[in-house]
Design a protein around this ligand. Structure first.
Ligand code: SF4
Length: 465
């Protein structure tokens, strides 16, 4: 496998320039001693700590000397050894170390978390930006070549390991990759975005949800990256609030189904407890959502008490059904029996209020209708998007034409995914996309690394990638 390890840094380390030379008749006064620049350099632990220190000391010494000359001040670099890939990614993205030696996968994940991270240099060995990975089987294994692997199980390395997972998992073509080869570079693309453009490692069409279909229709590349990379990030407060409201309504309607409806005070208390446990970091945001939740639930409960109690059949019911030839999964918030013995499917909306048009065109509601037929044989009389904002239910229905159209969309998306079509489709939504800093459609070309004499750094034995 061709591969390069990368050096990434949170800040530009060599921003300072040497002081200009002064010409003077008299000897200049002695300059005050320059303050030492202290930097923390991080690596993954791949050997005993003593071996790691011994391996990296020549590199650190060379960096200290080169940087001290360029910055005209003493430089002290301390080595930090990370116990896991996650620790390293966390440390760089939070700035607790200044620069690191990473594999490309860790660099991509860290950059997605903190766009301020820059690539400083890529490692080479004997002039080549590559090193070898091996696939290992037991000595007496019947597996003797890569073709024999077909249908067998394979133990991958750490989820963030470049060779141990991504390159092996992503390369059915003889486990070869050339993603960092300079000749293979696509014009205008960084290596990171070339990598993100590689085909997925598994069949992403095997199981879809309504939101997956919609994400694919919006931007196929975003769909692929979300499915493959699953970059962890902070859950926005709005989503935490939505989750809390859904849990509160689940508890409430379970109590209705059990013929012992919770009192209003108990519902509000449950909401307050769940919101506190959700851990919204910003106190001001927490208080705003608390006030909003108390208001919305108060209105909701008042409307509930005014109307006849519904006959609740299901709450938060999971489904896994076939839509055409495609396996579709999801979870329906609530299903009630309607007066004429059909069912009413309700989906709660806690964000911006949905309009009648949203409700009429909702793929999610169409898929719920199909799922209710497939899983329980229900015919749904009414479909409801229930806006907590304004306490306003928006009612719609589906006819056969609309349901066939939903089937067609699901089938088309599954077909395109299976065919490996993952083109970037930039739009206004890119500004909310977690991958915008890496996306080939939106990225700016990386600056060439600023370090002098960066051409070759020696990879210590056993280096993780
Ligand atoms: S930044 Fe835009 S074009 Fe790129 S993956 Fe995200 S949504 Fe798609």
């Amino acid at each position: 496998m061709k591969l390069a390890c990368v050096f990434a840094a949170l800040v530009a380390l060599l921003a300072g320039a040497p002081a200009p030379v002064q010409v003077s008749q008299t000897p200049p006064p002695k300059a005050p001693p320059q303050k030492t620049l202290s930097l923390a350099f991080g690596v993954y632990q791949t050997d005993k700590a003593t071996v790691m220190y011994r391996s990296f000391t020549p590199l650190i010494d060379a960096l200290q000397t080169a940087m001290a000359q360029q910055l005209n001040r003493p430089v002290d670099i301390q080595l930090t050894i990370f116990r896991s890939y996650d620790d390293g990614i966390d440390a760089l993205s939070k700035g607790t170390v200044d620069f690191v030696h990473f594999g490309p996968a860790s660099y991509i994940v860290a950059k997605a978390r903190n766009p301020g991270i820059e690539l400083l240099a890529m490692e080479s060995e004997n002039g080549a930006k590559r090193f070898q990975g091996v696939v290992i089987v037991a000595k007496d294994s019947p597996i003797q070549n890569l073709q024999d692997l077909k249908g067998k199980t394979f133990a991958f390395g750490d989820p963030n390991s470049t060779i141990g997972r991504w390159l092996v998992q992503g390369q059915p073509r003889g486990l070869q990759t050339d993603m960092f080869a300079e000749a293979a570079g696509s014009a205008g693309m960084t290596r990171a975005s070339e990598w993100l453009s590689l085909p997925p490692a598994s069949d992403l069409s095997a199981k879809l949800s309504a939101s997956a279909v919609q994400t694919y229709e919006t931007c196929p590349l975003q769909f692929k990256l979300e499915r493959e990379w699953k970059i962890p990030g902070e859950v926005p407060a709005a989503m935490q609030y939505g989750g809390v409201i859904h849990r509160v309504l689940l508890a409430f309607y379970d109590s209705v189904r059990a013929m012992r409806p919770m009192e209003d005070e108990a519902v509000i208390q449950y909401f307050n407890d769940e919101l506190a446990a959700a851990g919204i970091q910003d106190r001001y945001q927490h208080d705003l959502y608390q006030a909003q939740g108390v208001l919305q639930l108060g209105d909701f409960l008042a409307a509930f008490r005014r109307a006849p109690a519904p006959q609740v059949l299901h709450t938060e019911e999971f489904f896994d059904v076939k839509v055409g030839e495609v396996r579709v999964v999801g979870r329906i918030d609530r299903i009630d029996r309607s007066a004429d013995d059909d069912v009413i499917i309700t989906d709660y909306k806690t964000g911006k209020a949905q309009s009648q048009e949203d409700s009429d065109e909702s793929l999610q509601l169409s898929i719920y209708t199909l799922a209710a037929r497939e899983k329980w044989g229900y015919r749904s009389d009414h479909l409801v998007l229930y806006n907590l904002e304004g306490n306003s239910p928006v009612v719609t229905r589906r006819n056969d034409f609309q349901l066939n159209e939903a089937k067609r969309r699901v089938t088309e998306v599954a077909g395109n995914i299976a065919a490996g079509k993952f083109e970037a489709k930039p739009g206004f939504y890119c500004r909310f996309c977690a991958y915008r800093n890496l996306c080939p459609a939106t990225e700016k070309r990386l600056q060439e690394p600023a370090l002098p004499n960066r051409a070759a750094t020696t990879k210590p034995r056993g280096m993780a990638s």
